[in-house]
Design a protein. Structure first.
Length: 302
């Protein structure tokens, strides 16, 4: 049965009303999805595809044949296992040191400082992010190198041997990592401390608990989501970094980021570098999974 002209006109009018309604949806959902696909998913897929390619031993050109030799090399080689373990060790050590520094600062700003003064203190915490990451790292070279600022200050103290050999060592890398990424640890803990219910702390004191017991049984559990979030973000940033070890570290403490950069930039072994990158991505994804599993991000930032 053919539709009447009135029905067709109503259908056309309804479609015309739906089109303007869909435009905001396409702009708010479609555009971000397109950008994520182009600049996040496609590069990851490309890296994963490269990781199963091989390299011609004579020409060094990638060959599009499926092979797991790159992953077998990572697992079987004690060198790369050692580099992975070293990277994990340095990242965990830096995360622990940063947590010891960040927690008192973040808790003081979020729970003890009046609200009207917190903005200024947070501003001071975030200021380093406005300076180039490389510039901040180069700044530590001038401080830690032989004859640098730190040695000059120590030489003013009577009886102190000012001779330093800190640059191009693991302590220099740790100092650089903690300084560069410390705000990533402070901000989530601050947000969690800011939402802390002080009535629970007062109730703990009223029940006779000591300050230390109150911290362990009340304050720390309530701020644990911020601790987990900050530690995870800091660990991920440290685990994948290569600029700080390149500038401040020595040749004996290369991290996985440096090895990957060398595979792409110097050895031109892109398939093997891509395989190393995939392994690092899996570790980062696992860290994020733990973050979303144990940290209630809505309670932190909501």
């Amino acid at each position: 049965m053919a539709s009447s002209p009135a029905t067709a006109q109503m259908t056309t009018a309804r479609a015309g009303r739906q089109l303007p309604t869909l435009l905001p949806v396409l702009a708010t959902v479609g555009l971000p999805t397109l950008l994520l696909t182009l600049f996040l998913l496609l590069p990851l897929i490309l890296v994963a595809v490269y990781s199963v390619y091989s390299t011609d031993p004579i020409t060094g050109i990638m060959q599009p044949d499926f092979t797991l030799a790159n992953y077998e090399r990572i697992v079987s080689s004690p060198i790369y296992r050692k580099v992975f373990l070293r990277t994990l060790e340095i990242a965990l050590l830096c995360t622990g040191i940063a947590l010891l520094i960040a927690y008192p600062m973040a808790y003081t700003i979020g729970a003890l400082v009046p609200r009207e003064r917190q903005t200024l203190l947070l501003f001071l915490v975030i200021i380093p992010f406005w300076t180039s990451y490389i510039v901040r790292t180069y700044g530590w070279i001038g401080i830690l190198q032989s004859g640098g600022f730190l040695e000059s200050v120590l030489s003013l103290i009577p009886g102190v041997d000012a001779g330093l050999d800190v640059l191009y060592s693991r302590p220099a890398v740790i100092v650089g990592f903690v300084h560069v990424f410390l705000p990533l640890m402070i901000l989530p803990i601050y947000a969690s401390a800011r939402n802390l219910d002080h009535r629970l702390i007062e109730a703990s004191y009223d029940l006779g608990a000591s300050p230390w017991r109150t911290f362990l049984r009340v304050t720390l559990p309530l701020t644990m989501p911020g601790v987990v979030a900050g530690a995870t973000l800091f660990f991920i940033a440290t685990f994948g970094a290569f600029v700080t070890p390149q500038l401040l570290g020595g040749t004996e403490d290369l991290m996985m980021g440096n090895v990957i950069a060398d595979q792409f930039g110097e050895a031109f072994n892109w398939p093997f570098g891509a395989a190393l990158s995939v392994v690092m991505i899996l570790i980062v994804v696992l860290s994020l999974a733990l973050l979303f599993r144990f940290a209630d991000l809505e309670s932190i930032y909501g």
